[in-house]
Design a protein around this ligand. Sequence first.
Ligand code: WT7
Length: 633
Amino acid sequence: MKITTLANYHQSYKESIDQPEVFWARVAESFSWKRKWDKVLDWNFSEPKVKWFEGGKLNITENCLDRHIETLGDTPAIIWEPNDPEEHHRVLTYKDLLFKVKQFANVLKNNGVKKGDRVCIYMGMIPELPIAVLACARMGAIHSVIFGGFSAQSIADRLQDARAEFIITCDGAYRGAKDIPLKAVIDDALIACAFVKRVIVCTRTRVPVSMIKGRDVWWEDEVKKVETQGNPDCPAEVMDAEDMLFILYTSGSTGKPKGVVHTTGGYMVWTAYTFQNVFQYQPGQIHFCTADIGWITGHSYIVYGPLLSGATSLMFEGVPTWPDAGRFWEIVDKYKVNILYTAPTAIRSLMGFGLEYVKDKDLSSLQVLGTVGEPINAEAWQWYYKNIGKENCPIVDTWWQTETGGVLISNLAKITPQKPTFATLPLPGVNPCLVDENGKEIEGNGVSGNLCIKTPWPGILRTTYGDHERCRLNYFATYPGLYFTGDGCLRDEHGNYRITGRVDDVLNVSGHRIGTAEVENAINMHAGVVESAVVGYPHDVKGQGIYAYVITEGHHSNENQTRQDIIQTVARIIGAIAKPDKIQFVKGLPKTRSGKIMRRILRKIAEGETSNLGDTSTLLDPGVVDEIKAGAL
Ligand code: WT7
């Protein structure tokens, strides 16, 4: 299953495209199945329908945990570094983790959770978060993790969409100098979600919380109940390969976030295969992915990929800049981290603090560096390569999406060549193409277009929860017969891919995906706002910043106050990650005669371009453009 040479990569790639079923059957055989599949792949992109390993039965936690116990029982599965460097770290061996996962799966059963139920997990980055995730998978519940930065309203939207009746949360979470009152946010969310039957609250910050009788219980009390039952075993539920494993909400160009659905067998094969090959993981290595488990990166490369591979996964509760900007490097030295996987936005932010925080660090344990989430600029790439990798560590630039389950395009560490700012080549099983606006494939090298994928890989999303048609429209209808990524891309003369960013109305702010329509809806909820248009603009650290053009009723006495109020509303409706960086008050928006906002013009003005705005003759009132230009921030 492991690619070991460049020739081997080309050979595997060719076989995976020529004979996908043969190729993936061989990879899948290395896992433990309770029943073998009848058919490796059944698909068509027009419905869409994708089924991998149909008829196969398994439980992913047996593959993550049980099967490693004999050889790796006493090996650390998870090392946890707390927010406060003075607090003691925790180590969970494979044995410990299996014990706790079974125990908590029994807690879930005692609390009425049944196979197929949706369980929302809203926690900080403590070991109980992956324990909760795996406990759901153990007993066949579908987990839906929500990032701890989302607001009560965002949680309520997701709970309603998934009809999740069970919640696992914490009293609070520590992130840098901040305490986040998670349970209080859940309480607000549940005002609109009376169908929620049970909230299990894990203790972390000991902030006072209100516990609602009959609904809320403490994690620790529930675990004690299981202990007094003598800690009964928890056999792994037998799951179909195509049973849902989890839902993860993500933003699109329209409407509310959609619940991306991943299923058991294909996701397992894909996360393990990509983890081992992209990072070239070797037994005994310590893997540190700095993402939050609330995002797909954490699901695939803190929890599932590493555990499926018997690796040691380091999880960090805090933030890169607290207590100071040397925190990542301190952690690398403390645990002798071998693989470091982080986001360009973190690199750019730390780069901004200067080399002072790096110079007294050793970092010699590092062997492989990775980036994910957004295009990495050349300057950040070089800084990472030189100062962190000491020009000794390859950087894998991994392009993928929530919908793809795992990495699709990346160099393989020390196996395939790296090229700064390029994700480079597709992994085996990935069949990319570039198309023009009409969906016509652009062949050859040295070209650019919209990035699509022609055939399914095991980790592709199966549906969007509760709305299969939305899945079809979003990903499979723009260019019939193809999966459309939403990204623009260029292919160099050697066939290396470079992802240039979203071509739809989706922003990437500090590696977080935010729909412009979502931000507009939130702004429009603010009293006095008539209309708004949101675009992205280049931001030195965040990659993209959020620029909002807002029309308000009449005059406001204090523009800055109104700005702050609008920002507050957005934080309430979506979460702090969606706060606009700039708000420009305007009298009108550039609209075509049919009423469509010409975002192209707004984007250019937000970028600071004032002369070359392109054709404005189709505008209903070309005069608004001058007014907007004059007031640009
Ligand atoms: C979007 C997906 C993949 C997990 C984290 C983000 C952008 C992702 C890269 C990269 C350039 C990248 C794309 C993609 N993106 N990785 N290596 N180079 N762009 O997951 O929230 O689903 O966002 O992130 O635009 O479509 P996500």
